[in-house]
Design a protein around this ligand. Structure first.
Ligand code: IDP
Ligand code: MG
Length: 149
C-alpha cells in the first residue's frame, strides 16, 4: 500500500477548484487518509521544493506556493503515486492530456494547480513534512472490494 502527498496549490484554491480537484482523486478510487487547509511558510516551501533549488524557476515557484492557502492531503492505495500522477497529468498543462486535472483545468506550467509526490522515497519524506503521524487516519472503506479485486 502506498501513500502520496497531494497539494491543491494556491491557484486551485483561489479559482474555487478545490472540490473539483479533490473529487478527481476520490472518484479514481484513491482513499484519503489526511487533509488540512493551510498556508505554507517560506521555510516549508524551501524544504518541500529544495530539489529544484538550482532551477531558474525556483524563486517564482516558492513565491507561488506560499502566495495563498493550499489544501494538503495524503491519499492511499496500491500504486497511489503513479495513479495520482496520471490523474494530475503532465507538469505543463498545455501538454497534459484531456481528462487529467492539469489538462482540463490549466493553461501554464507556473500555474498547474496540483502537486503529487513522484517516488516512494519522496512520498514518505513529503508526507512526514506536512503531517504528524496522529493526523493520518487508518480507516476501512466499505467500497474497497468494488474498487480492488
Ligand atoms: P511536477 O509538479 O509535475 O512533479 P516538477 O518537475 O517536480 O513537476 O516541478 C515542480 C513544479 O515546479 C511544477 O509543478 C511547476 O509548478 C514548477 N515548474 C516546473 N517546471 C517549470 C518551468 O519550466 N517554469 C515554471 N515553473 C515550473
Ligand atoms: Mg515533482
Amino acid at each position: 500500500m502506498e501513500r502520496t502527498l497531494i497539494l491543491v496549490k494556491p491557484d486551485g484554491v483561489q479559482r474555487g477548484l478545490t472540490g473539483e480537484i479533490i473529487g478527481r482523486f476520490e472518484q479514481r478510487g484513491l482513499k484519503m487518509v489526511g487533509m488540512k487547509f493551510m498556508q505554507m511558510s517560506p521555510a516549508l516551501a524551501e524544504e518541500h521544493y529544495g530539489v529544484h533549488k538550482e532551477r531558474p524557476f525556483y524563486n517564482s515557484l516558492v513565491e507561488y506556493i506560499i502566495s495563498g492557502p493550499i489544501v494538503a492531503m495524503v491519499w492511499e492505495g496500491k500504486d497511489a503515486i503513479a495513479a495520482a500522477r496520471s490523474t494530475m497529468g503532465a507538469t505543463n498543462p498545455v501538454a497534459a492530456a484531456p481528462g487529467t486535472i492539469r489538462g482540463d483545468l490549466g493553461m501554464e506550467i507556473g500555474r498547474n494547480l496540483v502537486h503529487g509526490s513522484d517516488s516512494p522515497e519522496n512520498a514518505v519524506k513529503e508526507v512526514n513534512l506536512f503531517f504528524n503521524a496522529d493526523e493520518l487516519v487508518d480507516w476501512a472503506r466499505t467500497t474497497d472490494s468494488w474498487i480492488r479485486e
